[in-house]
Design a protein around this ligand. Structure first.
Ligand code: 1CP
Length: 345
C-alpha cells in the first residue's frame, strides 16, 4: 500500500506553530450521518463494533477518506472504559448511553473496579496500532472527563438538568470525591495506554460540565482536571479540553495545563481571546448551521475563520458533534472551503 506523506498540519496548529492553512476535523465525524456507518452498524452493536479493531479502524478512517479532514479521532465512546469496571451500559439508538445500575451511594462507587487497559480494552490499543499504520493524518485519542462520566453514571443516561448528579456532589461530598478520584485514575491510565499505543493528541470531553457555575467548578472539578492534565503532560502529546455551554468557565480552563480549548458556538473566539485565553482555540461552528442554505454556511464559516486566524493557534471544528440529519456532501464542501479559504497564497 502506498502511503501519502504525513500531514502534520493539525499537530502544528496544536503547538501554535505556523501552518499552510487552517486544519479541520469534526467531533462525531464518524457516525450516523454517514450511510456507510449506518450499514456497518446494522451488523454490530456499538460495543461489538468498538471491540473489533479492523472494523473500528475502518470506521475511524471513513471520514478522513470521505471528507479530507486533517485529523482522525479513534472510534470509541466515552463509556468504553466504564463497561469493564462494572458499569452495565448499553448504547441505545437515538438515546445514547443507558446504564442499568446507576451510581447512587458510596457503596456503588466502591464497587466500581480499576481499569487495566491491557486486559480490559486491548482492542483499543490494537485499533490505534492498526490506524497508525494506515493513516496519513494524526490520530486523536480521547476520554470523557470525570464530571461528564459521573453524570451518566449517576443519572443512568442522558440528562437535561443534572439534578441527581449535582445533588450527589453537594450532599455526598465523600462519595463524590471517591468517585472523582476513581474516574481521574481511570482517565489517566486509559489515556496513557492510548498514547503509548500511538495516539498523537488527546481530547478530553467534558461535554456537560457547563452545568456547573464557576465557583462549583473551582471547588469540585478544577483540582481533578489539574491532576489529570498534569499527569498526561509529560507524554508531550497535545492536550485538548472541550465542553458545551461552558464559556463561563474559560478563565478556569486557562489555568489548566492544556494546549487547546474547544469552544461551542455560544462563545465567540474573539471573546475568548479578549478574556486572555492564551490556549490554541478549536471550534466553533454551530452544527445546526449545516442544515442552512450553503450561502449562509459559507458566510458563517468565513466569519469564524477570520476570527480564528487573527491570532496564531487555531483549529476549525464544530461547536459540538455532527448529527444524523446532516448531509455528507455539505460537510465535504465545508471542509474544502476551510482549506481553500485559509490557504496561503
Ligand atoms: O468520530 C467520532 O467522534 C466518533 C467517536 C465518538 C466520540 C468521540 C463517539 C461515537 N462518541 C464520542 C464521544 C462521546 N460520547 C461524548 C463526548 C462528545 C459529545 O459531547 O458529543 C458523549 C457525551 C458521548 C455519550 C454518547 N454516546 C451520546 C450522547 C448522549 C447524550 O447525552 O446526549 C451518544 C448519542 C452516544 C452514542 C454514540 N457514540 C458514538 C456514536 C457514533 C454514537 C451514536 C451512534 C450509534 O448508536 O451508532
Amino acid at each position: 500500500m502506498s502511503r501519502q506523506s504525513f500531514n502534520d498540519t493539525f499537530l502544528r496548529a496544536c503547538r501554535k506553530e505556523p501552518t499552510d492553512y487552517v486544519p479541520v476535523w469534526y467531533m462525531r465525524q464518524a457516525g450516523r450521518y454517514q450511510p456507510e456507518y449506518r450499514k456497518i452498524r446494522e451488523q454490530y452493536s456499538f460495543f461489538e463494533l468498538n471491540a473489533n479493531p479492523e472494523v473500528c479502524a475502518e470506521v475511524t478512517r471513513l471520514p478522513v477518506e470521505q471528507l479530507g479532514v486533517d485529523a482522525a479521532i479513534l472510534f470509541a465512546d466515552i463509556m468504553t472504559p466504564l463497561q469493564p469496571i462494572g458499569v452495565d451500559v448499553d448504547i441505545e439508538s437515538g438515546i445514547g448511553p443507558v446504564i442499568a445500575n446507576p451510581v447512587r451511594s458510596i457503596g456503588d462507587v466502591e464497587r466500581l473496579g480499576e481499569l487495566d487497559p491491557e486486559t480490559h480494552v486491548p482492542y483499543i490499543m490494537e485499533s490505534i496500532k492498526i490506524l497508525r499504520e494506515q493513516l496519513s493524518v494524526p490520530l486523536i485519542g480521547f476520554a470523557g472527563a470525570p464530571f461528564t462520566l459521573a453524570s451518566y453514571l449517576i443519572e443512568g443516561g442522558p440528562s437535561k438538568n443534572y439534578h441527581r448528579t449535582k445533588a450527589f456532589m453537594y450532599a455526598e461530598p465523600k462519595a463524590w470525591q471517591a468517585l472523582m478520584d476513581k474516574l481521574a485514575r481511570l482517565t489517566v491510565t486509559y489515556l496513557n495506554a492510548q498514547i503509548d499505543a500511538g495516539a498523537q493528541a488527546i481530547q478530553v470531553f467534558d461535554s456537560w460540565v457547563g452545568a456547573l457555575n464557576a465557583q462549583d467548578y473551582r471547588t469540585y472539578i478544577a483540582p481533578v482536571m489539574q491532576r489529570i492534565f498534569t499527569a498526561l503532560k509529560p507524554s508531550g502529546v497535545p492536550l485538548i479540553y472541550f465542553g458545551v455551554a461552558a464559556g463561563h468557565l474559560l478563565e478556569e480552563w486557562n489555568e489548566l495545563p492544556v494546549d487547546v480549548v474547544g469552544l461551542d458556538w455560544r462563545t465567540t473566539i474573539s471573546d475568548a481571546r479578549a478574556r486572555e485565553v492564551d490556549k490554541v482555540i478549536q471550534g466553533n461552528f454551530d452544527p445546526s448551521l449545516l442544515l442552512a442554505p450553503w450561502e449562509m454556511i459559507e458566510a458563517r464559516a468565513k466569519a469564524i475563520l477570520d476570527e480564528g486566524m487573527a491570532q496564531p493557534g487555531y483549529i476549525f471544528n464544530l461547536g459540538h458533534g455532527l448529527f444524523p440529519e446532516v448531509d455528507v456532501k455539505t460537510v465535504q464542501k465545508l471542509t474544502s472551503f476551510v482549506h481553500n479559504y485559509t490557504k496561503k497564497a
